[in-house]
Design a protein around this ligand. Structure first.
Ligand SMILES: *Cc1c(COP(=O)(O)O)cnc(C)c1O
Length: 406
């Protein structure tokens, strides 16, 4: 078992950790980590009494590990307060958790459609596996899968309450924390046993790599996952590890900025929606009506705060909410018009990158509302985004008025 965490940076701020947590693994004077592309590593000739004895015992063949991967895992382990194992995708990370724990009965919350597909695959491989909803009884449940914040609405689930219920039933709680990486949330503090991320999203953050992470509480569990990762061949490639390490250096500042812009944009759109509605105290102006009346709902953790029983949200998110939210329109045509006409949000799938994106989830997943758009906020300025949304919503109004006249 190899401990790769650098305890020197345990108490440092996350921004410092993301730059220095792998300092003990530097083997060259390069300030930026080099990329290691070799798939094979020389054996130490003096120890040839069996295989697996490379000069550095960790590196023998790429499917078991590479120096760049070790640096990424060391950095992520420190940032997530656990032991991180990096995979070639988020779904392969999720699948590994199932293969590792072999649950017989899974309580599955609302989650990203790719996770539902992975659970179905697992169910086909292991006959007799039962799936129940997250609000059903946890009787005989051995693994609870919770996503928070939720993709696509950006709303958060009360991790502590599910942890209590899971542990009372003797089950493990897995939290898919893709939409709120550190420093936005730390699910172990609310009782999660395993944390999963699609690193393709915020951890990678530049829409240029595919990877996944499983974070465990013990080094032993992480090593067991690394062994099965080597068997399955689901390790992340060298280029992806290098890009991921490069991205983690700026994680803190990127994610906090994206989170702040999102909270402002959500407030702006929710305000536009409200101001378009006539109430005894407010008569919308023509401009207010045109801007907001086609928005039916805006969903995001920041709008959950006023609801009852939502005091957990601030404890769970000490440094802000995620940078994904959902917006629904009066009709499918309006949603698609907005998706096509926003100029700062590229119309593409995925989320978490520095470029803002807009996705029509129904295109992938027929159970998603056809009137819903998922919005991923990148690093463009709030003022520019507010202008883009204003122009688009006014153009939507004009388009719908013109269409009604035909
Ligand atoms: C994207 C995503 C995944 C899957 O990750 P990939 O890296 O695309 O395999 C899992 N969970 C959530 C919440 C996601 O958004």
């Amino acid at each position: 078992m190899v401990e790769i965490k650098n305890s020197l940076y345990k108490m440092a701020a996350p921004s410092t950790q993301s730059l220095h947590a792998d300092a003990h693994l530097r083997a060259t004077a390069d300030v930026t980590a080099p990329i290691n592309v070799s798939t094979t590593f020389e054996y130490a000739k003096d120890k040839m009494d069996g295989l697996n004895y490379g000069i550095d015992q960790r590196y023998v063949y790429t499917s078991a590990g590479t120096p760049t991967l070790t640096k990424v895992e060391a950095t992520l382990s420190t940032l997530t307060d656990g032991h991180a194992v990096v995979y070639c995708s988020g779904v392969s990370a999720a699948f590994s958790v199932l293969i590792e724990h072999r649950p017989k009965k899974i309580a599955l919350g609302q989650c990203f459609f790719g996770i539902n597909d992975i659970v179905k695959q697992y169910q086909q491989l292991v006959p007799g596996v039962q799936i129940v909803g997250i609000n059903c009884s946890f009787d005989k449940v051995d693994l609870v899968w919770l996503e928070s914040p939720l993709n696509p609405t950006g709303e958060v689930m009360d991790i502590s309450s599910y942890a209590l219920r899971a542990h009372a039933a003797g089950a493990l709680l897995v939290v898919d924390s893709t939409l709120a990486p550190p420093p936005l949330s730390y699910p172990f503090r609310q009782g999660a046993d395993i944390v999963v991320h699609s690193a393709t999203k915020y951890l990678g953050g530049h829409n240029d790599l595919l990877a996944g992470v499983v974070v465990t509480k013990s080094a032993k569990s992480a090593d067991s996952l690394r062994n099965s990762r080597a068997v399955l061949g689901t390790i992340a490639g060298s280029l992806e590890c290098w890009l991921l390490l490069r991205s983690l250096r700026t994680l803190f500042i990127r994610v906090q900025q994206q989170s702040q812009t999102t909270a402002r944009l959500v407030a702006f759109l929710e305000n536009a929606r409200r101001m378009a509605v006539a109430t005894p105290c407010h008569t919308p102006s023509e401009q207010e009506y045109k801007l907001g009346h086609r928005i039916s709902t805006v969903s995001h953790a920041s709008l959950q705060l006023c609801a009852a029983n939502c005091s957990f949200i601030e404890t769970q998110h000490p440094h802000g909410f995620g940078a994904v939210f959902a917006i629904r329109f009066a009709c499918k045509g309006s949603a698609l018009f907005v998706a096509r006409h926003l100029s700062l949000h590229r119309f593409a799938t995925s989320l978490g990158g520095v470029e803002s994106l807009v996705e029509w989830c129904h295109g992938w997943n027929s159970s998603a509302y056809p009137t819903l758009l998922r919005i991923s906020v990148g690093l463009e300025s709030f003022d520019d985004m507010a202008k883009d949304w204003t122009q688009t919503l006014l153009a939507l109004n004009d388009y719908m008025v013109a269409k009604a006249k035909i």
